[in-house]
Structures are given as C-alpha cells and as structure tokens.
Design a binder for this molecule. Structure first.
Ligand SMILES: [Zn+2]
Length: 216
C-alpha cells in the first residue's frame, strides 16, 4: 500500500455504528418514503434500485464524518531550510451540502498559512477542505473550521481561508437566483494583523467573487 493510501486510511475513524445510527435497510426505506412524498412510485422499474444508489451516494457525499481533520494534518515536516514565506493552495474545488436543505454547495477554497516551524504536504490542505466539506454545512462554519484547525494543529504565524461558492438552495428553490456567489473568509494571526500579508494573499488568490464558480 502506498504512503498516500496509508495516510488516507489512518485518518479514517471507525465507521459509526450502533447508538442511533440506522441500518442500510432503514436508510433505503426512508428514500422510498421521500419518493412517495415526491409523488412517484418506488416500485416502478426505473426507481427500483434508486434507494440503494441514493444511500451509496450519501456515503460519498458525507464521507467527511469518517475523517478526523486534525489527524490529516498530524504529519508535518520541520526541515524547511528556513522557508518562511506564505504557502497558498488556491482554487481547491469542493462539494458540500447545505445543512438546511441538503442540496449541494459547490465552490472553491483558497487556503494559506505563514509557517512558523512546520509545514504539511500540500495535498493535506485539500484533504482538510474535503473533511469539512463532505458534511452537512453552512459556508460560514466551514470557513472557520478549516482556518481554526490549521491554526491549532500547525501553530503557524498566520492563516487565511477564503471560500467562494454557489448554493443550490438559492438557485433551484426559494428565491431562484442563479449566478450568485457567496464569499466568506477567516484571517488569523498575521493575516489579520498585518495588512501587507493580507494583501499578498488576496493578490495571489485574485479577486474572490469575480472568478467563475461553477454556476449551479
Ligand atoms: Zn440551504
């Protein structure tokens, strides 16, 4: 098994069983109820396998609950040869789910930090975003969770996180406004206290809200 696969496996928490978690059959039955609620017949040919597919899709959509975000960042490198400039991973596409309507929130995350002593492998920043995205979320909370976890585990000089996303609960229902992007940010340490650090981050990222977010 490759190191990456091992790392992936190690951050997986034990699947939640027992205590209040319904069985797969119960989850599939719940999908049948929603199909009937929508006005369709779960017994017709085209829908017969739908409950099983939906439940499998849920395992992907909500895989974040099985990952410990702190564990993802736990392997750090301290030999950085004095590198003390900003590290930015930008345009990290994420798919999340609105906790009020359970429909997709699709967007990009830009994650930056100014290392003090330790850095993480860059793919870990993307996996950190996914660990929080693959849950029921609100964008504001997800932004804070990513920034706070990075700050607590790496203890860098500063952290900057910007999320820009389209919310399907706004575009496909309710006010039906497509093409609207929500931008949230959290700046910690030098990203908050030093305007030149913040400016540098914003310059690298571009102009949040102007870049195209998948219009869903
Ligand atoms: Zn919503």
């Amino acid at each position: 098994m490759s190191d990456a696969k091992n790392a992936e496996k190690n951050t997986r928490k034990k699947p939640k069983t027992g205590a209040g978690r319904p069985s797969r059959e119960q989850a599939e039955d719940a999908v049948r109820v929603l199909l009937r609620w929508a006005g369709d017949d779960p017994a017709r040919e085209g829908l017969i396998d739908t409950p099983a597919r939906v439940v499998r899709a849920y395992e992907e959509f909500f895989a974040g609950y099985d990952h410990d975000p702190r564990e993802i960042l736990s392997r750090t490198f301290s030999e950085v040869d004095g590198y003390d400039e900003m590290i930015v991973l930008k345009d990290i596409r994420f798919e999340s789910y609105c906790e009020h309507h359970m429909v997709p929130i699709i967007g990009r995350a830009h994650v930056a930090y100014l290392p003090e002593h330790r850095v993480v492998g860059i793919s870990k920043l993307a996996r950190l975003v996914d660990a929080f995205a693959k849950r029921l979320q609100i964008q504001e909370k997800m932004t804070a969770q990513i920034a706070d976890t990075l700050n607590e585990v790496l203890q860098p000089k500063g952290v900057g996180v910007i999320l820009e996303a389209a919310h399907q609960c706004m575009s496909t229902r309710g006010v039906h406004k497509a093409g609207v992007t929500m931008v949230t940010s959290r700046m910690l340490g030098t990203f908050r206290s030093d305007p030149s650090t913040r400016r540098e981050f914003l310059a690298i990222v571009g102009n949040p809200g102007v870049m195209s977010v998948p219009n869903t």
